[in-house]
Design a protein around this ligand. Structure first.
Ligand code: GLU
Length: 457
């Protein structure tokens, strides 16, 4: 059984980078439905009380629902603090966490000294060699410790990454990570591992900015197991979940980070981008599979394959998203859009205007070609005579446009642009637009004749 999770911190709106991670995890879980029920979990990482906001929790739920990526269950870290406390106590007994008293300034100084000597800025484990008396002295001064996880330098870190292949880290080259602040609050690292064990997460897919976190988290899984924390399910998947780290999204001109505000799910929705366009793009970006407008989720699920992911940064291009959006809109059925269309557009109307829309929201504007009023350009004398003739010969049958143009062609000898353009301009006020064969019946006989006569005046 596949269990994945999406674990956003509710400190802002979801943007395309987050959505991509959510989608990957959703796709993997849904693909896992083949072998029994897959599960896609939403875990709200809200241990940072200061930066977490309830409004963002709500927004995360709404954004996922809008995209159709609803989770099978939701958890909040702020409601699971007892679990972390218990695990922490066990790690403490096992000697895998230790208190540290350095101030931020002291740590910064240590870093600078190391760098100045040309050494990597790895934490020197100063706190680990403190005596009981030294600790007591710190506490007597009123200094509460923060806590670090003690990496096992003898246990080489390795995992087979679903995207990056075999990964190896020497723990001696890493700093023992701070896992808990002096005020008792948790940093992301350890609670995430405790939750992944507790929720029986089988696969962790996230961005490659987490690779170094994974290195220390791999040891946390082992340490927690050894300390007797959590269920033993990880044993079946080699003591920790499968990890996959996808290459980051970049903009056309480099980093996306500065523009993420305008690339929030909310902003894209307000721009009239369809969920299917976003999903089509984000599912395939950075893979060897072509980006195509795929409205059918089953096809996206079917095609999802970590093997097809590349290591190079994935380029996010808004123009590509717009193109996909138009293609998706052109595929949409009337039933899918009915509720979002202005009064009066029926199925035939939708089919007539659909190919000319980039966004569903433009339907009202285009529909004005049918309902009027329209603004006609000034016509030459010759065109006015031609349009007067058009008004006269207009008849109404199955295919009024076909009939009108063939009659006029015969009577006036006009063909191509001189035949079609003045008619289109007189009937719609535009040079381009929906197929006239579909549009004219919607305009109706009386209105069409009135427009032709008005243009001929
Ligand atoms: N809250 C973390 C983040 O948003 C979760 C990372 C993870 O997937 O473990 O970066």
């Amino acid at each position: 059984m596949i269990v994945t999770r999406f674990a956003p911190s509710p400190t802002g709106r979801l943007h395309v980078g987050n959505l991509r991670t959510a989608l990957h995890n959703w796709l993997l879980a849904r693909k896992g439905d083949d072998e029994g029920q897959g599960k896609f979990l939403l875990r709200i990482d809200d241990t940072d009380a200061e930066r977490s906001r309830e409004e963002y929790v709500t927004a995360i739920r709404e954004d996922l629902a809008w995209l159709g990526l609803s989770p099978d269950a939701e958890f909040r870290q702020s409601q699971r603090l007892d679990l972390y406390e218990n695990a922490f106590a066990k790690l403490k007994d096992a000697g895998r966490v230790y208190p540290a008293y350095e101030t931020v300034q002291e740590l910064e100084l240590k870093r600078k000294i190391a760098l100045g000597r040309g050494l990597p800025p790895i934490y020197d484990r100063g706190a680990l060699s403190m005596s009981e008396e030294e600790r007591a002295a710190k506490e007597a001064e009123g200094i509460a410790p923060h806590w670090r996880f003690k990496l096992d330098h003898d246990e080489l870190i390795a995992w087979e990454d679903g995207v990056r292949g075999p990964q190896k880290f020497d723990p001696a080259q890493l700093s023992d990570p701070v896992i808990r602040r002096a005020d008792g609050s948790w940093l992301y690292m350890l609670p995430s591992v405790i939750d992944d064990m507790d929720m029986r997460v089988t696969d962790v897919l996230r961005g490659e900015d987490h690779v170094s976190n994974t290195a220390v988290q791999v040891q946390m899984f082992t340490a927690l197991h050894a300390a007797g924390v959590g269920p033993d399910h990880c044993a079946v998947i080699d003591s920790f979940p499968r990890f996959g780290h996808t290459a980051l999204l970049v903009g056309k001109e480099g980093k996306l980070s500065k523009r993420l505000g305008s690339l929030s799910c909310e902003a894209l929705r307000e721009q009239g981008i369809e969920p299917e366009a976003i999903l089509s793009l984000l599912a395939r970006l950075g893979t060897s599979q072509p980006v195509e407008p795929i409205a059918d989720r089953a096809a996206l699920i079917e095609g999802f394959d970590l093997e097809s992911f590349g290591r190079a940064p994935a380029k996010f291009d808004e123009a590509e998203l717009e193109r996909l959006n138009a293609a998706i809109v052109h595929q949409m059925d009337y039933a899918q859009v009915r509720d979002r269309l202005p009064e009066g557009i029926d199925e035939a109307g939708w089919h007539a205007i659909r190919p000319n829309l980039s966004h569903v929201g433009e339907a009202a504007e285009l529909w004005r070609l049918v309902t009027g009023p329209i603004e006609q350009p000034a016509f030459s004398d010759e065109d006015r005579a031609f349009l007067a003739e058009a008004a006269q010969v207009l008849t109404w049958g199955d295919n009024p446009w076909g009939a009108l143009t063939s009659t006029l062609k015969e009577r006036t000898g006009r063909k191509g642009k001189p035949l079609f353009l003045p008619l289109r301009q007189a009937l719609t006020g535009m040079d381009h637009g929906p197929d006239m064969g579909e549009l004219l019946p919607l305009i109706g006989e009386d209105e069409a004749r009135a427009r032709l006569e008005r243009a001929a005046r």
